[in-house]
Design a protein. Structure first.
Length: 299
């Protein structure tokens, strides 16, 4: 039996309203209805009564009986997971996009690996988009992402915000504070790097996808592909500053603010609410140390 379906069912039973349950779980109403239908098919019985024209639902006798049984089963599942956590060395699994790890957090994680030598850390690079799903499915314990976190079983911890900037070899004469408008950029000279869903929507409004010079998934490669003076790319400010400084003296690169305003890059640490007790303790400690480090405090 899929325990995720039981969790959804308990929220429906608590709120007596499928739409409200979907909102509470941060899911679509169609997904919640489909998962309820799967549970009813698996149990071969109706669990709720839906009356035409009435938003609230009522539980059938079988549905009423399932509520305490579901809660008990989910508690047992949690206890079994915690038993497994206590029976072996609790190695913490962390996944971070390269554009955050290599240009923002590498010094922190270098130190963290030493601090957590006894527990052990597995550190992985991943694209930002699938990280929330990986945490939900417990493939990793902490994920850092630039994207929307759509699952109710995940806890979100905002880490930092920063702007996106234009990087190009072309020297643009600008008055102080003046920004480069997207309409002034030639799409055929773009080296495109996807960072987040918000950024992607903003970008595709101004630059029709498919006309770019190249698409890449590593920031330093984006810079390497700026081979023509008119070539350009958009990067988070911390990434741009690091790459420009590394190439100073060899490459003449310039950084400009963009108009209209780009959605900020928001870095979010994600953990699973249903993690075992020891894993939850370790993830909370790592995030606490990370926030202190980002605030400039000694950890």
């Amino acid at each position: 039996m899929d325990t995720d379906n039981l969790k959804i069912y308990l929220e429906i039973a608590r709120l007596k309203n499928i739409s409200a349950a979907a909102k509470s779980l941060n899911m679509t109403q169609s997904t919640v209805s489909r998962r309820l239908q799967m549970l009813e098919e698996e149990m071969d019985t109706r669990l709720v009564i839906r009356n035409r024209g009435v938003e609230n639902i009522a539980l059938t006798p079988a549905g009423e009986q399932l509520v305490p049984l579901s809660a008990q089963l989910l508690r047992m599942e949690k206890d079994m997971l915690q038993l497994g956590q206590h029976s072996k060395k609790n190695r913490l699994r962390i996944s971070v996009p390269d554009s955050i790890m290599s240009y923002k957090l590498k010094p922190f994680f270098r130190r963290l690996v030493e601090e957590f030598r006894d527990s052990g850390i597995t550190l992985m690079m991943s694209d930002s988009i699938p990280i929330s799903e990986m945490v939900r499915d417990r493939q990793i314990d902490i994920g850092i992402t630039n994207n929307i976190v759509p699952f109710a079983e995940l806890k979100k911890h905002e880490l930092f915000r920063e702007s996106y900037v234009l990087v190009t070899h072309e020297k643009k004469e600008r008055r102080e504070g003046e920004k480069v408008h997207m309409k002034m950029l030639d799409p055929a000279h773009e080296v495109y790097h996807i960072f987040s869903q918000d950024f992607n929507r903003w970008h595709n409004y101004w630059i029709h996808p498919g006309n770019e010079k190249a698409r890449v998934n590593l920031a330093h490669v984006a810079i390497d592909f700026l081979t023509d003076e008119k070539d350009w790319t958009i990067l988070p400010e911390s990434v741009a500053q690091t790459l420009i400084e590394e190439r100073r003296g060899n490459d003449d690169l310039h950084m400009y603010a963009l108009a209209p305003d780009v959605p900020e890059r928001v870095a979010i640490a994600v953990t699973n609410r249903n993690a075992g007790q020891e894993t939850a303790r370790l993830t909370d400690e790592v995030i606490r140390l990370l926030k202190l480090w980002l605030a400039g405090e000694d950890v």
